[in-house]
Write a protein that binds this ligand. Structure first.
Ligand code: FAD
Length: 539
């Protein structure tokens, strides 16, 4: 069992609270205004007759084909009979926590019931009851996703919480892999390996507290992606998945390579719980090497990204390369997490890894290249403690940003473009934010052309302005041959862009797979797959 005590550590996300200006009632009003009618409310006020979904119909076009309020009651009774009382909750606070997120800013509604699974068999039981009574089911694990990925939207139902499935089942040090339950948190796993003296780590670093199941589902990545790639690289060797039919499959064995058929593990990576519920996975580990950190200052983002391009193209062994713009550096200084103060200019954080000698060489080459591209300063950590402080400054950026405007919340964006287009996108975005009076910081995985802005808002008027700015940012990224989401996933927040980004053929292929596996559209409905007329979905 992974030690749960670490869950309260400093780097964990702050506890959930009701969004500013968004009480349950307020959020419900917004949902109603935008035409999103909650299934839960419809069950209470106007129970629809249960009816089967026509084969081949689009998942997004069959919102009312679920069980009646009687069916929901019967399903609840069977859930209560099948599980100990502590595993089934209709407590309003618990339910609310599984429907809303302070980190997401899209319409949402509470589920009807939360069920805590402890193992694959529990998940099968819930899936079978969901199918029997046609009650939708949304997986929930770390609850750190940012695009309304797990909450209810048109159709509340069962929230299946897998966070208690946090057992490490096997560690294979010689093979460089481990088998874990889907509710294990990546940061706990790395702490565990360190505590056990195993010189390996899992390199995908999504938000603090994210779990293996959620990370598979969102197709995550993070600061390490420039060196190790994303969830779509082979960090998940196999997954055990409960399908909507209730069948349990294991996508592959534990061998590092396999050419046996196409990659069914990948089918579930980025599927956001719409095709299957992941209960276990074999994750691949990388050697944990010594690291060090440097920060370079630049006159502007363009020069900074030019330097990064040359550094990466020369093959300098970089583990992470992160851009923080002048506003972000100001926030880091004011946040006080960095242990020191930095020049408040566009800066790049580099993390090097390897032997002390190779780190020294990499740092020296990097400094020279930065200088050739006009860098105005280069600060290197002198020891591990300083390196930790420097990196902590980057990792706690969100909390530093929130401290800049007391009482604010942050909308975190994550468009991604080919690297050469990044300076244009960042520049235009900064001008746009300034023009519309939005407080926003840029922090990005610049080595992948992926960047986040933290857009701060305190009320609904400012939130509306942020929404419009996010929309313009995505359109700009798409025009530059980029994507609406580099790592956070689609959820409900980015659905409207999928047709434009991927083209109708690709989206229809996704829907065909969805319809085949989940003909009753029970798994996380309303997420990922957009309606055919995206313009009508804009919110
Ligand atoms: C401060 C902060 C920083 C972040 N930084 C990053 C970053 O650098 N990179 C990045 O990629 N993301 C980042 N995120 C976003 C978030 O951490 C990721 O999206 C993460 O992968 C979500 O994992 P989770 O366990 O919290 O999933 P949840 O939020 O619980 O769920 C996410 C989605 O996965 C589905 N799901 C959950 N568990 C399962 C399962 N077992 N089987 C099938 N489907 C499932 C849910 O239904 C939902 O659709 C950040 C978030 C925060 C708050």
């Amino acid at each position: 069992m992974v030690n749960n005590a670490v869950r309260g550590k400093v780097t964990s996300p702050p506890p959930k609270q009701s969004p500013v200006g968004f009480t349950p009632t307020g959020a419900w009003a917004l949902a109603t205004m935008t035409g999103v009618l909650g299934y839960w409310v419809s069950l209470q006020l106007n129970p629809p007759p249960a009816k089967a979904v026509a084969a081949g119909s689009s998942p997004a076009s069959v919102p009312s084909a679920y069980g009646t309020s009687d069916d929901l009651q019967k399903c609840l009774e069977e859930l209560r009979a099948a599980f100990p009382s502590e595993q089934v909750s209709t407590n309003p606070n618990v339910i609310h926590e599984h429907g809303y997120s302070t980190n997401a800013h899209h319409p949402a509604a509470d589920p009807s019931v939360v069920v805590y699974a402890h193992n694959t068999e529990d998940v099968v039981k819930v899936v079978n009851l969901s199918r029997k009574y046609r009650i939708p089911i949304s997986p929930y694990s770390g609850g750190t996703s940012l695009e309304g990925n797990y909450g209810s939207i048109n159709y509340a139902g069962i929230s299946l919480d897998l966070s208690a499935m946090d057992k490490v089942l096997e560690i294979h040090e010689k093979d460089g892999d481990m088998v874990v339950q889907a509710g294990c948190r990546w940061d706990d796993l790395n702490d565990l390996l360190k505590d056990k003296g195993i010189p390996l780590f899992f390199p995908l670093d999504a938000g603090p507290g994210a779990t293996i199941g959620g990370m598979i589902a969102t197709g995550c990545s993070g600061t390490n992606a420039v060196r190790y790639g994303t969830a779509k690289a082979e960090w998940f060797l196999n997954a055990t998945v409960v399908l909507p039919s209730g069948e349990v499959i294991k996508t592959r064995r534990r061998a590092r390579k396999s050419s046996a058929g196409f990659d069914t593990t990948k089918l579930f990576i980025g599927a956001e719980g719409t095709l299957g519920i992941v209960t276990e996975a074999t994750i691949r580990l990388a050697p944990r090497l010594p690291t060090s950190v440097s920060v370079a200052q630049f006159p502007n983002v363009e020069l900074a990204t030019e330097a990064v391009t040359e550094i990466l193209n020369k093959g300098v062994p970089i583990q992470c390369v992160e851009l923080c713009d002048d506003k972000q550096m100001e926030a880091i200084n004011r946040g006080g997490f960095a242990g020191r103060s930095y020049p408040e200019v566009d800066s790049i954080f580099f993390k090097f890894q390897g032997t002390p000698a190779s780190i020294k060489e990499a740092s020296s080459i990097t400094q020279k290249i930065c200088k050739a591209h006009g860098s105005t300063g280069f600060i290197s950590a002198k020891n591990e403690h300083e390196a930790d402080d420097l990196w902590h400054a980057r990792k706690t950026a969100l909390w530093s940003n929130l401290a800049m405007v007391p009482g604010s919340r942050a909308w975190s964006t994550d468009v991604c473009v080919p690297m050469s287009r990044l300076p244009q996108l960042v520049q235009e975005t900064k001008e746009d934010l300034a023009q519309h009076g939005i407080v926003g910081m840029v922090v990005g995985h610049v080595g992948d052309g992926n960047f986040h802005t933290s857009l701060l808002f305190k009320n609904e008027e400012e939130l509306d302005k942020c929404k419009e700015a996010v929309h313009r940012m995505v359109e700009r990224a798409l025009a530059l041959d980029g994507t609406c989401t580099g790592e956070h996933g689609v959820g409900i927040g980015k659905r409207e862009y999928l047709y434009e980004e991927l083209g109708p053929g690709t989206v229809e292929l996704m829907k065909t797979i969805k319809n085949t596996l989940d003909p009753y559209n029970l798994f996380n409905p309303g997420k990922l797959y957009p309606d055919e007329q995206p313009a009508s979905e804009k919110h």
